[in-house]
Design a protein around this ligand. Sequence first.
Ligand code: GUN
Length: 293
Amino acid sequence: MKLLDGKALSARIKDEIAEQVAQIKAQGGNVPHLAAVLVGDDPASQSYVKSKVNSCHRCGFESTLIKKDDGISESELLDIVADLNDNPDIDGFIVQLPLPQHIDESKITLAIDHRKDVDGFHPINVGRMAQGLPSYLPATPFGILQMLERAEIETSGKHCVVVGRSNIVGTPISILLSRKASPGNCTVTLTHSRTKDIGAVIREGDIVIAAIGIPHFIDASMIKEGAVVIDVGINRVEDESRKRGYRLVGDVHFDEVAEKCSFITPVPGGVGPMTVTSLLMNTLKASQKEIYA
Ligand code: GUN
């Protein structure tokens, strides 16, 4: 079994991005500027946004963090989005999800100018992605593609089983891996909460992508010998032995599955760090007008 070390790979990619930004600065070009909007005090969201801002600094990007308490109204948040859309200094921005119940996430997503939608969540970017047109790819699927590519894992003709059909991970990665591209050219099965005998379906996978958000959902009995296992889950489980009272585990029972598969991503330190580098790559593209003029 080989470990797909997302922490090490993302550090390497960040060094590459920092080098490109240094060149842009030396040539007097447009330095990438990412803005992030964080609503409320969800600890996981706070930690993700902190990591995004820190990564911007590390790569020489400019960054702006807009923090609002969870009492913010939908229309106030829409005003912030409109300001960011109109602000020529901001190349791209994200509104961290989830949002409080009283705010319609899809309304916010639709309000973001697709040319600044470095999360790749706007239907224009999703539609362009589905048709293989240049677009901002959503961060987690983009990170998974990077991992597969850099580890030189063959995907063409493989059966990929995706577990979970979220808009952020399961649905887009199933589209991307089925596309005529590299990585891609997979035969994809998208499984979800209504899939019958899900274990038997997962066991058919040469590549398994777990993005269901249930700790240790996939055990060794569900994995084919030699499969590639990508664990997107980042679940907090209580652990009194830890100072902070919890630890992070994936959707995959790592210890069991690691003995059976050819490649596996750890949690933490697998897909998670890659999502941040994807966001940086999208923001770099936005600043250089690579996708949209
Ligand atoms: N919440 C979980 N993942 C993401 C992401 O990639 N982008 C945003 N904006 N929110 C998230």
